[in-house]
Structures are given as structure tokens and as C-alpha cells.
Write a protein that binds this ligand. Structure first.
Ligand SMILES: CC(C)(COP(=O)(O)OP(=O)(O)OC[C@H]1O[C@@H](n2cnc3c(N)ncnc32)[C@H](O)[C@@H]1OP(=O)(O)O)[C@@H](O)C(=O)NCCC(=O)NCCS
Length: 171
């Protein structure tokens, strides 16, 4: 998969992304805003395991965000089974040196549209931690609308937090 955008490219992960992935993902400022399944510290072995694991998935739903060919972040969605098969949860992260350039806002809008057209979805949603103002802004810029506050719904780094539920409804 490859989406060529103005500020970045969203593309399939490659085995050769391991070095960049391990270097950029090993950052507490990224980990603190993600699920605990995202390792910290993030080692070279974690990068290789991740890149190997995605090759065995039924559908390709996890992608690299690349700038000048280098993988500098990740974006992907989780498809749901049964009655929620029209919905997917989306998530993303970007290497800290690239923050604030509009990269994820652009990638998020493009991958949302891709997920909807490829999988026939009606809804894509995200649940950032309430403290994550940058992520909320990115979601709003990509056309997501806040639907609610999930009070005390998560614990991260030993701290209970609310999550905010944002969704994009297919036109
Ligand atoms: C959140 C994240 C993905 C944003 O990526 P990015 O490419 O820097 O985002 P963009 O440049 O497209 O947009 C960021 C917006 O947030 C705003 N912003 C940044 N920090 C902010 C803050 N502390 N408070 C309010 N707004 C903030 C920026 O001003 C910008 O909005 P603007 O264009 O209206 O000025 C990136 O910071 C990241 O990877 N964070 C760690 C992982 C993470 O939080 N993932 C999401 C989990 S839900």
C-alpha cells in the first residue's frame, strides 16, 4: 500500500525499516500517549518482532509514515468482528523531531478515507487520553467529532485517566 501525500507518504512497512523504527519509537513522550502494548524502552528486537508479526496478518492495516523514504512513524487501524464490523479504531504516532509539521493530520485524513473505502466501514474512531491535546487537535483537523468522555477508563504509567472518544462517520 502506498499513499503519496504532500508532507509525507503512508506506505507498507518494510523489513529495512527496523533501524529507524527502533530509533524513533524509543521515546517516552510517545509511549506515554499509547497503549502499553507499545514497548518502552523500544529495542531493535521489538522493531524486528513487530515487522515480522505484521506479515502474518490477514489484512494489512498497519502502515509506516515516511518522510524522504525514512519511516518516521506509524498509523493503523483495528477492524472489529461481528456487529461492529462496520467500525474500526485508529491509532498513530510520529517521531518527535517531526512533530508540529502537519504530518499526522494529513496522514490521518488519508488513512481514514483508505480504511473506509477498502473495508466498507461507516465509522472510524479514536480514544486519546484526555491529556493529549495534540492528538485531539489532529483528530479535529481530520474531521473527527468528539462524542464523549470515558471517565476513568484507562490507567497509564500508574495514573488513572479519562479518554475522549472521537469518531469520523463515512459520508
Ligand atoms: C499527537 C501526534 C501524533 C501529532 O502529530 P503531528 O504531526 O505533530 O500533528 P500535526 O502537526 O498534524 O498537528 C498538531 C496540532 O496539535 C497542536 N498542538 C500541539 N501540541 C499541543 C498542545 N499541547 N495543546 C494544544 N494543541 C497542541 C498543534 O498546534 C497542531 O495544531 P494546529 O495545526 O492547529 O496548530 C504526535 O505528537 C505524537 O506522535 N505524539 C505521541 C503519540 C500520540 O500521542 N499518539 C496518539 C495517541 S491517541
Amino acid at each position: 500500500m502506498q499513499l503519496t501525500l504532500t508532507r509525507c507518504e503512508v506506505r507498507s512497512w518494510r523489513a529495512t525499516d527496523a533501524d529507524a523504527l527502533a530509533r524513533y519509537a524509543n521515546n517516552r513522550n510517545i509511549w506515554i500517549n499509547l497503549r502499553d502494548a507499545f514497548p518502552h524502552p523500544y529495542s531493535k528486537r521489538d522493531a524486528h518482532e513487530f515487522l515480522k508479526s505484521i506479515t502474518t496478518r490477514a489484512a494489512e492495516t498497519l502502515f509506516a509514515i515516511a518522510v524522504e523514504g525514512e519511516a518516521v512513524g506509524g498509523i493503523g487501524f483495528v477492524l472489529h468482528p461481528d456487529v461492529e464490523r462496520v467500525s474500526a479504531e485508529i491509532g498513530y504516532w510520529l517521531a518527535e523531531p517531526f512533530w508540529g509539521r502537519g504530518i499526522v493530520s494529513e496522514a490521518l485524513a488519508a488513512v481514514t478515507a483508505y480504511a473506509i473505502r477498502t473495508h466498507g466501514l461507516t465509522r472510524v474512531y479514536a480514544v486519546p487520553f484526555a491529556w493529549n491535546a495534540a492528538s485531539c487537535r489532529v483528530l479535529e483537523k481530520a474531521g473527527y467529532v468528539i462524542e464523549g468522555r470515558l471517565r476513568k477508563s484507562a490507567i497509564k504509567d500508574g495514573k488513572l485517566t479519562d479518554q475522549l472518544q472521537y469518531a469520523y462517520i463515512a459520508p
